[in-house]
Design a protein around this ligand. Structure first.
Ligand SMILES: NC(=O)C1=CN([C@@H]2O[C@H](COP(=O)(O)OP(=O)(O)OC[C@H]3O[C@@H](n4cnc5c(N)ncnc54)[C@H](O)[C@@H]3O)[C@@H](O)[C@H]2O)C=CC1
Ligand SMILES: O=C(O)CCC(=O)C(=O)O
Length: 445
């Protein structure tokens, strides 16, 4: 019979120095191993061993010339994790911290998340240790062009469909797609998050943030509560954070923080529509730092700090992995946080996850509540295949329905005999079940 500790020890031996990958797998196996205890067919077919080993990892050099004519070299990857239920699908990340362990954790999580969307999407992740911060548009263009000169061989509309993630937004996707189209001489839906003028879907930009807030409304619904007047800590100020804020404002919540890797702004008056427009311009156009928000609106700015020491009703981490430590989680619980939902992928450390799961508050993992982004990517693939774009209303309605169904799956698989709902367990089991059943059907390939 599978034993979590033995399985993880072997995983660590096989994949040394990939701490984030070990963390992501352990969190899933702690729920899956008890679930399959009375289902020997999974172990006989080595399903867990196969699910924890990516189908394929592509590593390559990206050479590019900066504005001073200096030749630069970065390392890039595409981890094609699992295509049991559909073509590989997942974002590309540009950040100096990118390494194989981080992309493997993201690809592993993506496989389960994509299964939760109910759409036919396999899991993948990719990216580079390239740092877009401070680079000119021309440098970003040359980097993207060079990266796609290799990546294009490994992707395709029925094979692997990348999208954005940290450091990869509309500008980067446009440069990457332009080069892909040129090299292939075919106009296909091989990348999602495209501009709406060239095959992109309405609402994809907003989808992860909106989907997160839709999920939170379902969580609150279950408790007979809503978002009106709730004080919310949001971390990050990128794509997920901005559009989570947009929907939160719509639904009457008060957002009191935003952050970036330099620090946190604390706006006791709340972020309103006008202030959010300022953030969009600051982050999406001028690519400045969040401290400028504090200068503009005269509120507190905590250099080098995260938001989690500030009392709130709801915490939505929307920046990066492991941004909430055990100590941060304890702070939030001590100040009576009522709900935690992850916009980012694995933003809670092991200890933080354990504290939230043990506490008497609803806590939802990224693979469930940030799945709206990849879900609308799936809808972009459908629109590209049909050759017909859908209205914003149609996409938004479908997104809302998908988030509702993911919530229902979490309830179905995460409700214990004592009636307590564990969203982490629910999401892990529902995602695993769909991928694993397909793998069993295929036989030992
Ligand atoms: N863009 C998407 O559709 C989806 C993104 N996600 C996840 O959401 C999170 C945020 O992604 P995006 O908003 O797309 O990226 P982004 O690049 O638009 O924004 C990232 C934000 O996080 C902050 N950040 C990055 N590294 C940090 C660090 N080490 N410490 C503190 N702050 C840091 C940045 O300053 C920025 O505000 C990531 O975990 C990503 O994997 C999850 C699902 C979909
Ligand atoms: O839209 C996509 O394909 C990927 C989104 C993503 O990177 C994620 O869900 O973490």
């Amino acid at each position: 019979m599978y034993k979590t500790d033995e399985f993880i020890d072997r995983l660590v031996d096989l994949n040394p120095h990939q701490e984030e990958f070990h963390q992501a797998v352990r969190e899933v196996l702690e729920d899956i191993i008890p679930y399959i205890e009375d289902k020997p067919e999974y172990e006989e077919a080595a399903i867990l061993e196969r699910m924890c080993e990516p189908d394929r990892i592509i590593t390559f050099r990206v050479t590019w010339v900066d504005d001073n004519n200096k030749v630069n070299v970065n390392r890039a990857f595409r981890v094609q994790f699992n295509n049991s239920i559909g073509p590989y699908k997942g974002g590309l990340r540009f950040h100096p911290s990118v390494n194989l362990g981080i992309l493997k954790f993201l690809g592993f999580e993506q496989s389960l998340k994509n299964a939760l969307t109910t759409l036919p999407l396999g899991g993948a992740k990719g990216g580079s240790d390239f740092d877009p911060k401070g680079k000119s548009d021309a440098e970003i263009f040359r980097f993207c062009q060079s990266m796609m000169s290799e990546l294009h061989r490994h992707i395709g509309e029925h094979t692997d469909i990348p999208a954005g993630d940290i450091g990869v937004g509309k500008r980067e996707i446009s440069y990457l797609f332009g080069q892909y189209k040129k090299l292939n001489n075919r106009f296909t839906g091989t990348i999602t998050g495209k501009g709406v003028n060239f095959g992109g879907s309405l609402i994809r930009t907003e989808a992860t943030g909106y989907g997160l807030v839709y999920f939170v409304t379902h969580m609150l619904d279950d408790l007979g509560r809503d978002l009106e007047g709730k004080e919310v800590l949001v971390s990050g100020s990128g794509n997920v954070a901005i559009y989570a804020c947009e929907k939160l404002i719509d639904l009457g919540a008060r957002i009191i923080t935003l952050s970036d890797s330099d620090g946190t702004v604390h706006d006791k008056d709340g972020v309103d529509e006008e202030k959010l427009d300022f953030v969009k311009e600051l982050k999406e156009v001028r690519r400045g730092r969040i401290r400028e928000y504090a200068e503009e609106y005269g509120c507190e700015y905590y250099e080098g700090k995260k938001p989690w020491h500030i009392p709130c009703d709801i915490a939505l981490p929307c920046a990066t992995q492991n941004e909430i430590t055990g100590k941060d989680a304890q702070n939030l619980l001590n100040s009576n946080v009522q709900l935690v939902a992850e916009g980012a992928n694995m933003p809670c450390t092991d200890k933080a996850t354990q504290l939230f799961r043990e506490a008497d508050i609803p806590y939802a993992p990224g693979k469930a509540c940030n799945a709206g982004g990849v879900a609308v990517s799936g809808l972009e693939i459908s629109q590209n295949a049909l050759g017909i774009p859908w209205s914003a209303e149609e996409v938004n309605d479908r997104l809302f329905e998908i988030m509702k169904r993911i919530h229902e799956k979490c309830v179905e698989h995460g409700t214990g005999d004592n009636g307590k709902l564990d969203y982490v367990k629910g999401a892990n089991i529902a995602g695993f079940k769909k991928v694993a059943e397909a793998m069993l059907d295929y036989g030992p390939i």
